[in-house]
Write a protein that binds this ligand. Sequence first.
Ligand SMILES: [Zn+2]
Length: 271
Amino acid sequence: MPELPEVETTRRGIEPYINHQIISDVIIRQRALRWPVPKQLGQSVRNRAVVAVDRRGKYLLLRLDNGSIIIHLGMSGSLRICSDRAPFDKHDHVDIVFDNNHILRLRDPRKFGAVLWTGDAPENHPLLSALGPEPLQDEFNSRYFYERTRDRSASVKSVIMNSHIVVGVGNIYACESLYLAGINPKRKAGSLSLTRCERLVSTIKQVLNASISQGGTSLRDFVREDGMPGYYAQQLFVYGRAGEPCKQCGRPIKQIKQQQRSTFYCTQCQR
Ligand SMILES: [Zn+2]
């Protein structure tokens, strides 16, 4: 599933091709995505220029001068830039065609993605308005995290994956950050000291930044070729390593379920 680093990698990859370009058409081959692609999308965006390519959480925002296109990649979506002669595949559901002959193409085999339109500021859209701070921005800091978690008896892992607290920390990144911070994923969020909150906030930023820079290395291939950014390219310490030795202490990595998601951790190194 595309997580925040992959979405940010995508944003950086598509921006040079479509920013300040004029949309000449929208081709919708499949309207039935997670939410229906609006019938009026083409009419709303035709002959309009993209003024910024932004990201909020896992949503990509193509800001135009009269509103914004909101794109979510769902479970299996990817965006690519192709030329107007490129043949399409059965999973290529939406093309946004630019007058510089580039097409921004959404491929989404499982159809859990979304392409939406809002004439308002996208931050006010119901999908975005309740989101917590961006993990890589300064407003996500140890003081904020400490204060937001004082009354929380939920596990720290479920809290860092809660998009009302902070956006974009998916399962892999949650497991890896907790490992690097030495925090047991089952620990109650409200029981963490300010010092441990500081350590966790900093490892979350570090893990996400490392992943974005990995994605960045395959940017050109991603945009041009197979649509796969550097998913999981970074070295993983615990995720997917159940039973394998911990890279710090050698004990086998344990796998448990939390909120129906797999958690991987070291019982020795994470307290
Ligand atoms: Zn260990």
